[in-house]
Design a protein around this ligand. Structure first.
Ligand SMILES: [Zn+2]
Length: 200
């Protein structure tokens, strides 16, 4: 796994990154594996994750659990709808020097990774739509489900602006190849958060 999870710094949120720089942002966590939670006890301020991930964090990080119980760390739970791959959309506000703007995030329960893992679809009129996959094992059998979820949320067609692709060592490059070649098809920009770009 890479420990580089670079998203554009201008964005008002972070994903799986816990530094002093992200402490002032909305901090999203896709799942509770240790390489995604480096620095979380020190730098979590307002985090967003699923109930399962929060449960695992409380076990793994007693200091973080105590900070949450004291109210020093705020947590917003991304609810698992159970019977759908698409979770509830949260509407957030980016407060910035330019006057701020609204954006939203929708969790997608399609990561096929560990318990509580989600993909995250961010949208705004400022930077369009961004899908962060978290670690995922996307197979060709799952592509129609992902395509259907994105069509439902974004409308049919290649409307995704940026794909931030993170793949597990287990799911590996095959998953990346499947996602990029089988679905994205070059219709959006891609940031590989681990490994190298697959050959298209
Ligand atoms: Zn993982």
């Amino acid at each position: 796994m890479s420990d580089t999870r670079s998203m554009p710094a201008v964005l008002p949120f972070s994903v799986d990154t816990w530094t002093t720089e992200t402490a002032s942002k909305a901090q999203f966590l896709t799942h509770a594996h240790k390489d995604h939670t480096v620095g979380i006890s020190q730098n979590a301020r307002h985090m967003y994750c699923t109930a399962t991930t929060l449960h695992l964090l409380r076990i793994k990080f007693p200091e973080l659990a105590a900070a949450i119980d004291r109210g020093d760390v705020q947590v917003t739970v991304l609810r698992d709808p159970g019977d759908s791959a698409i979770g509830d959309t949260l509407h957030l506000w980016s407060a910035g020097a330019c006057g701020g703007y609204p954006y939203s995030v929708t969790p997608l329960f399609l990561a096929n990774h560990c318990a509580g893992a989600v993909m995250l679809l961010f949208e705004s009129e400022v930077w369009g739509s961004i899908l962060h996959t978290g670690d995922c094992r996307v197979t060709s059998r799952q592509l129609p489900d992902l395509a259907a979820a994105l069509d439902e949320l974004l409308g049919e067609g290649p409307h995704l602006g940026l794909l931030c692709l993170d793949v597990t060592a287990g799911g590996g490059q095959d998953g990346a190849d499947t996602l990029v070649c089988g679905w994205a098809q070059g219709s959006c920009a891609v940031i590989m958060l681990t490994g190298a770009l697959p050959q298209l």
